[in-house]
Design a protein around this ligand. Sequence first.
Ligand code: PLP
Length: 413
Amino acid sequence: MTFRREQNVWIPESDLEGMSVDTLAVRAGQVRTGELEHSDPIFPTSSFVYGSAAQAAARFGGDEPGNIYSRFTNPTVQAFEGRIAAMEGGERAVATASGMAAILSTCMALLKSGDHVVCSRGVFGTTNVLFQKYMAKFGVETSFVGLTDLEEWAAAVRPETRMLFIETPSNPLCEVADMAALASLAHANDALFVVDNCFCTPVLQRPLEHGADIIIHSATKYLDGQGRCVGGVVVGPSKLMDEVYGFLRSAGPTMSPFNAWVFLKGLETLPIRMRAHCDNAVELALWLEQQPAVEEVFYAGLQSHPQHELAKKQQSGFGGVLSFRLKGGRQEAWSFIDATRMISITANLGDVKTTITHPATTTHGRLSPEDKDAAGITENLVRISVGIEAVEDLKTDLARGFQALQNPSNGNV
Ligand SMILES: *Cc1c(COP(=O)(O)O)cnc(C)c1O
């Protein structure tokens, strides 16, 4: 990993080699000022001053390392970048204003007009819009294929394909992609393999170890985990990240130092939170499978999941997001959701608080009926991002949903 402010690095890079992700989450990228504060300092300043005109010239010319202006150099942001790069096992990370800014910056830096992208169907809705509406305006065409259908991927690749883009596990159906196979396909065609690792985080899955070139995160989700800030980050080899950083410096979708500080605090508890999310989600998935009103549960931790073995190989846990189909349609799904009292009705995910949503009319509402069909987003589908509350209390709340389906007239009292 690369730290750009050598003088402030508290733990030398060499000492971090081989440390567990649990330790890196707490210790990597740590910055201390001369005050020797124990907690990460925050630098809410737009610019930095120099000891002399000559030093200013040296900084601007790149002859002397150091801060210039917070659009592209801020110690708190760099601490966050150093920590997440260490956790993902990447050389360098570039923090951005949001997850979407991370995807946009990657595309703007590494693609050009005439290039082609192959992307899995059913990625985060706004990612879909970014590729279809905006990247297309700049001459980058995108084809969408089924995440797990390797033949469809191979058939979609063209000589001008420069990027394969996936999320694994997928949202909301928890399909799992074979990363090594997709990496081979990408590299045989001189294309980059980009993985949005938002659902697993480096605690459960490190895509660089499976052949990915670049990792994208929406830090807004599990990295913060407490619903406080919007942010994103790109991780990968320095050669590629220098290009992404160059775009960020010129275009400005930068992470604020305050948000970076919040994410640093979030990362410290990420490993224990992810384990709590996973434990609760496994138990709820098994419980949901036994409910008579449930048609099908989608969670890679279940034996019944078609890519259960692959998920076990690639992930050290199955994550906190699951979905299920209820017997019925939109009315049953909405009644179920409305009958819960504690669980938050919101499309956000990755929070310590459990959230529930109806993908067909929220996160995936902008898809055409055909695209919804292709992505399996049916009207009876409900998605839960399982939080870290006591699982018995989550079952009690979800049982209200099942009661409402049995007794529609008073299910909501
Ligand atoms: C939320 C999300 C994004 C976008 O991130 P923002 O921080 O909201 O811009 C990208 N990918 C996935 C998988 C997400 O869940």
